[in-house]
Write a protein that binds this ligand. Structure first.
Ligand code: ADP
Length: 229
């Protein structure tokens, strides 16, 4: 599903490598945490996966294709197959939960009928059935992130990428959101989560890729947050 080989990334104006010689593989259906302190390179990896950036050296394959070599017309296909979840939610705050999720389907050209069937279903999956018509700005942080999750899964992507999805949430709400991500994973999507949340990582006992200053320093199948060298 994801295959990185000697992956290196150096930002244009930067002296040092943001990612240095990363080699790893992620299979279909896995649930993987990327951990590491701020600046370790977590976001950079995620951005390479959706081709927001191109690697300086090495290769990154997603869904079997070298992402850097994808022709421009294939990018919508790549991005439609990856659902993104963000720390700051990135929702249209003045619009309803329903509209936010529906919009992700409209841009793919889905029919009105499909949308009116699928959106309530997905909002139900994240526990928001009664808040479909509530504006995002009137929802709590945890509820807003549920809308973010619904939007990420509405087009049935093969992979979900969440960049610090619980960064703005309290511990209880964080656990709810991560439990939802796990249930999405159990329904078949591969899930990648970049996080600082020690409690969550320790509790879930999933695969952990450890980053330090752009280097992959560990890869544990049932990892805990603190990497032991
Ligand atoms: P993390 O997500 O783990 O906090 P990042 O991937 O954001 O780490 O950053 C990795 C390194 O790349 C850091 O040293 C950061 O300063 C640098 N970096 C990130 N974005 C840019 C950019 N747009 N231009 C230059 N350097 C950047």
């Amino acid at each position: 599903m994801v295959e990185a080989k000697n992956l290196c990334m150096k930002y244009d104006k930067s002296e040092r490598f943001a990612l240095e010689n990363l080699t790893f593989q992620i299979d279909r259906g896995e649930f993987v945490f990327f951990v590491g302190s701020s600046g370790a390179g977590k976001s950079t990896i995620l951005k390479l996966m959706i081709r927001e950036l191109k690697p300086t050296e090495g290769t990154l394959k997603v869904f079997g294709r070298n992402v850097a070599r994808l022709p421009r017309h294939r990018l919508p296909y790549l991005r439609r197959n990856i659902g993104m979840v963000f720390q700051d939610f990135r929702l249209m705050e003045e619009r309803t939960a329903y509209d936010n999720v529906a919009f992700a389907m409209i841009v793919t050209g889905a029919s009105r009928k499909e949308i009116s069937k699928r959106v309530p279903h997905v909002l139900g999956l994240v526990g928001l059935h009664e808040k479909n018509m509530t504006r995002v700005c009137d929802l709590s942080g945890g509820e807003q992130q549920r809308v973010g999750l619904a939007r990420a899964i509405v087009n049935r992507p093969a992979m979900i990428i969440a960049d610090e999805p619980t960064g703005n949430l309290d511990p209880g709400t964080s656990l709810d959101i991560m439990t939802l991500l796990r249930s999405i994973n159990l329904r078949g999507s591969t899930v990648l989560v970049a996080t600082h949340n020690r409690e969550i990582v320790d509790r879930f006992k999933k695969r952990v890729l450890y980053l330090e200053n752009g280097k992959l320093v560990g890869d544990e199948q049932k990892g805990i947050y603190t990497h032991v060298h």
